[in-house]
Design a protein around this ligand. Structure first.
Ligand SMILES: *[C@@H]1O[C@H](CO)[C@@H](O)[C@H](O)[C@H]1NC(C)=O
Ligand SMILES: *[C@@H]1O[C@H](CO)[C@@H](O)[C@H](O)[C@H]1NC(C)=O
Ligand SMILES: *[C@@H]1O[C@H](CO)[C@@H](O)[C@H](O)[C@H]1NC(C)=O
Length: 846
């Protein structure tokens, strides 16, 4: 799991060996805009490997927010390097919040060392670290780790004005950190896309993902420490990863002869990297099966970003060094002529790949070997970087998301007992708290302004005029609707009302945490239960999504779409108030919780409800709306299990009449993404249909859309379920609790419907209207069979010969909210549909 553990701190050795060489050329060295080097728990500056780390108590533009007292401890004797001499220990979740001047890729580097004389058993502490969006480290403990310290490096793309690192002690333990770096890097460093192998395609979307450095090697050269690298990176020697030691010989030249270009600067890698290399041990043997191979242990559940650095430092002339490079035995680059790619000898060149390590093995291999067309059989590799790519849960360690880890975090009740006796700690902490309080107060007064200048939504009435509508749905009997005849925008809440409703954002009322912010359960003055979504005030993405959500939802009103009750934008807050959905997300009723399994009929009804909501989105408004993030966590259930589609933050209005698609950057959730949209970046309603197909399979098989822990062919539910559906054996992988309780014809219809939704090409997929009709049909088949008293009739009641005209039960339901009460239409339509259906298909009725 932890790859940098063998990295050693030997600055002295390096200094002795390489005195006299110039590490940097004449290029202006990169100076990061954001450059936080923090020595946690220290009372003085710490110089570590040539760089100065400042104490976390000397806060300038970062803030330590801790709900509880913290302990600091310092020790000079045992620490493996100066940064490890002090530690800050937390017994409750605590955050460091950094002001970010320049958005884009940042290095986040973390140093952990369980100081033996801290007075705490830090070896058994549980370390979990999350950013605003990503899980970096999940429940790491030194107990099961045979290294004395842990160094971690991540590359995250910061898209807002702050970056928050939260340290969570899970399982009621302590957590700690010794040092933190948050440093901006050049944006060109990590591209958005790279060549994926097996199968060969372009992997894009890296800019939205987090990366963790697992290996960074200087082939044939010495360990390079942060002061030898303009970006503060560490490069280790490659020898111990060589598959066969004798297969490679190292070569080196003076770093001074390495020539960079404007496009490829020392930021890509220092000249030290390119000035040394491994080449073929027995160059010139004409054995084409020979190669130099490095083997790396990896976690097979992740994808990896791999960068190979080349520089022809061995040839006398150009075009002499032509060879093949392989990743996991797949040809990554055939007939690579390094000098011609780089524009000359001694010029650097690199190539990026994305690889999923072969799922059946937990190693990743990189090889270089001779090419048949080359005159001289030789191959070279100068440097290698391997970075883990965050998974579908936006995690680099395990399957839990930031939200679920924050929810698991222990109660914030004081555990003073733990820290009594540590006078130093307490006084330091009190100081911190006072400081934090001051910051809060000053920020409050700064931002206490009237709303958002950007939110050009017309205000109406005053915030106390809310009338509870009497148009309660007859079928579900309880859904509450707010009468919004005078305006579409919903009620404008005062911040104080929101505070009252949520008991000042009481954490015990937290329902969930998402990219946008936190969702709390609230109760309005009149007793109405609501869900209150509070955005991260300074997230630009949140801002855009907040606006989209209000704009979209204010145009829409439908029984199967979660209703927006109102919003609050006082004091720069971004708060949305929705109807409360008592039974939460569909996913929690499928797997991952102890909730009782849903019956087949319930599942069909939920899918039908969600399909109705989506159908309304696609066809109900003047311009169709594409949801773009259809998934089982965005389908919510009310107290009667009526399904409603939620989260319109990513929604887009569909193509205009004269166009067939919208071109847009790919957004959405992995595992649900329409492959065609992913490839062509062209969005149509059919992308939602694809995602809905994934939802259908998830509902049937009760497993996540992507589960990287499973064998490779099972990882992606769309592929896995389709392979069984094509064999007509979907029942083999369905939820075991349903086996024997589903009418086979109903299951068949359901499977066929999902299959059509998952068609490779959008044009081959049905519309949501067709999907809806087919699901209604599947429900009727199920109800018909369960209505029969004689079990042996089950197999013969497939309504033979009954012509089922494709009713269009939603013709009436497409009502925009301008004064029309869609609830009533919807119910009337439901009733009508059921009546027709039961006449048609219920054998008992005939
Ligand atoms: C600590 O380092 C910072 C940044 O390099 C510097 O501004 C400050 O003066 C130093 N403080 C001490 C006490 O040396
Ligand atoms: C960071 O993310 C933003 C928003 O997705 C994107 O526009 C930007 O290009 C990304 N930057 C990098 C360096 O990946
Ligand atoms: C590298 O050489 C080994 C034998 O030494 C061979 O089994 C393997 O297939 C080769 N790999 C590649 C990528 O050619």
């Amino acid at each position: 799991m932890v790859k940098m553990k063998r990295l050693e701190w030997v600055p002295l050795v390096l200094a002795v060996l390489y005195v006299g060489f110039t590490v940097r050329g004449s290029y202006a060295s990169f100076s990061p805009v954001d450059n936080y080097l923090i020595a946690c728990g220290s009372s003085q500056n710490v110089t570590n490997q040539g760089r100065t780390f400042i104490p976390d108590s000397q806060q300038s533009s970062f803030v330590l927010q801790s709900q509880e007292n913290t302990i600091v401890s310092t020790s000079a004797s045992t620490a493996p390097s100066p940064i490890f001499q002090s530690v800050r220990v937390f017994s409750a979740p605590a955050s460091y919040k950094f002001e970010i001047q320049q958005k884009g890729r940042h290095w986040v580097r973390l140093y952990f060392y369980p100081l033996p004389d801290s007075g705490q058993n830090l070896r058994s502490a549980s370390i979990t670290v999350v950013t605003d969006n990503f899980v970096l480290l999940n429940n790491f403990t030194f107990k099961n780790y045979n290294g004395s310290y842990l160094f971690k490096e991540y590359a995250v793309n910061v898209t807002s004005d702050t970056l928050t690192l939260t340290f969570i002690p899970l399982n009621n333990s302590l957590t700690f950190v010794n040092g933190i770096e948050v440093v901006s890097g050049p944006d060109e460093l990590i591209p958005d896309s790279a060549l994926a192998l097996s199968p060969s395609s372009t992997f894009s979307g890296l800019s939205d993902l987090a990366l963790e450095t697992v290996y960074r090697l200087n082939m044939g050269g010495p360990l390079l420490t942060p002061q030898n690298d303009t970006l503060g990176r560490t490069w280790e020697n490659d020898r111990k990863y060589l598959h066969v030691n004798s297969s490679a010989v190292n070569v080196s030249v003076s770093p001074a002869i390495i020539t960079y270009s404007e496009a490829l600067t020392p930021e890509m890698a220092p000249n030290w990297i390119y000035a040394t290399a491994e080449t073929m041990g027995n160059a010139n043997v004409q054995d084409l099966n020979f190669n130099v191979t490095w083997v790396f242990p990896v976690d097979p559940n992740f994808l990896y970003f791999i960068r190979l650095h080349f520089c022809d430092i061995v040839s006398k002339a150009e075009n002499n060094l032509v060879f093949n490079a392989y990743i996991n035995s797949y040809l990554g680059y055939g007939s690579l002529d390094v000098a011609s790619q780089a524009g000359g000898l001694n010029k650097p060149f690199y190539k990026d790949f994305v690889s999923n390590s072969s799922a059946d093995s937990d190693t990743l291999t990189v090889s270089v070997g001779p090419d048949a067309i080359a005159e001289i059989a030789n191959a070279i590799l100068n440097g290698l970087e391997i970075m883990k790519i965050s998974n579908d849960a936006r995690s680099l360690n395990g399957l839990s998301s930031v939200e679920s880890l924050l929810l698991q975090s222990p109660s914030k009740k004081s555990k003073l007992g733990l820290i009594i006796g540590l006078a130093v700690g307490i006084s330091a902490a009190l100081g911190l708290m006072a400081l934090f309080y001051c910051c809060l107060v000053s920020r409050r007064s700064k931002t206490d302004q009237q709303g958002h200048p950007w939110l050009s939504l017309p205000r109406y009435g005053n915030s106390l005029t809310m009338t509870k509508g009497s148009t309660t749905s007859q079928k579900s009997g309880t859904a509450s609707y707010i009468s919004l005849v005078s305006s579409n925008l919903g009620r404008l809440f005062m911040f104080q009302e929101i505070m009252d409703a949520t008991n000042k954002f009481d954490e015990s009322l937290l329902l969930g945490v998402g990219g946008f912010g936190r969702v709390y359960k609230g109760t309005l003055e009149d007793g109405t239960k609501v869900a209150v979504k509070r955005g991260n005030p300074r997230s630009e993405q949140g801002l855009a999504e907040f606006r989209t959500e209000i704009e979209m939802l204010s145009k829409l009103r439908h029984r199967h779409l979660v209703s927006l009750i109102g919003y609050c934008d006082e004091r720069s807050e971004m708060i949305l108030v929705y109807e409360y959905m008592a039974n939460g997300p569909l996913r929690s009723h499928l797997y991952g919780t102890d909730l009782p399994p849903l019956s087949w009929k319930q599942r069909l009804e939920i899918c039908i409800g969600a399909a109705r909501g989506l159908h309304y989105l696609h066809t109900g408004a003047a311009q169709s709306i594409i949801h773009r993030d259809v998934k089982t966590t965005n389908i919510l259930l009310d107290e009667n299990f009526v399904a409603k589609v939620a989260d319109f933050g990513l929604s887009k209005t569909g193509p205009a009449l004269d166009q067939t698609h919208v071109s847009t950057a790919v957004k959405g959730s992995f595992g649900y993404l329409d492959p065609e949209y992913f490839r062509r970046q062209q969005l149509t309603e059919k992308s939602d249909v694809y995602s809905f197909g994934v939802v259908l399979m998830e509902v049937l098989c009760t497993r996540p859309a992507l589960n990287p822990v499973l064998p490779r062919e099972q990882v992606n539910i769309a592929e896995w379920a389709m392979s069984w559906q094509k064999k007509g054996m979907l029942d083999q992988i369905m939820d075991p609790t349903l086996v024997g309780k589903v009418n086979p014809a109903s299951l068949k219809k359901f499977g066929e419907t999902a299959e059509k939704c998952l068609a490779e090409h959008g044009v081959d997929r049905p519309t949501m209207g067709d999907v809806l009709w087919n699901l209604e049909y599947a429900l009727q088949l199920e109800e018909t069979s369960s209505a029969l008293t004689e079990p042996e009739d089950n197999s013969t009641n497939h309504i033979p010969g009954i012509p089922l005209a494709p009713l269009s039960p939603f013709d009436n339901s497409v009502s925009m909210i301008d004064g029309v009460n869609s609830v009533t239409d919807d119910d009337a339509e439901d009733a009508a549909t059921s009546a027709v259906f039961s006449q048609l298909v219920n054998p008992r009725g005939r």
